[in-house]
Design a protein. Sequence first.
Length: 115
Amino acid sequence: MKRSRGGKRALDLRPGRREISAMGFTKHLHAPIMAGEVTCSVRIWQRPHVKLGGRYRLGPGAIEVTGLREIDLADVTPELARRSGFAGLVDLLKVAKHGPGERVFLVDFEYHADA
């Protein structure tokens, strides 16, 4: 895939091609996501970086975003942290913040090995 200015991947606009970009996850989450054990992620952003129905590469397949909603920080519970693949709330919050954002988003997804 071509790179655009700034090193980001350029869209592949050839007929019949689906663009699948990246949504980063820490390495320890890859296997549980691909096994279907982790199906959501909490992200702290300025604005959403994914879209509903979007497909984002992960390993040999991709995740498809099935839900995206803004939540309050108080909604991020230890149970939600565990559902997101973390041991607890502190562990999740250490990696959930991406850049200077302060808005909290809950991203639900499904893994598709055939992407």
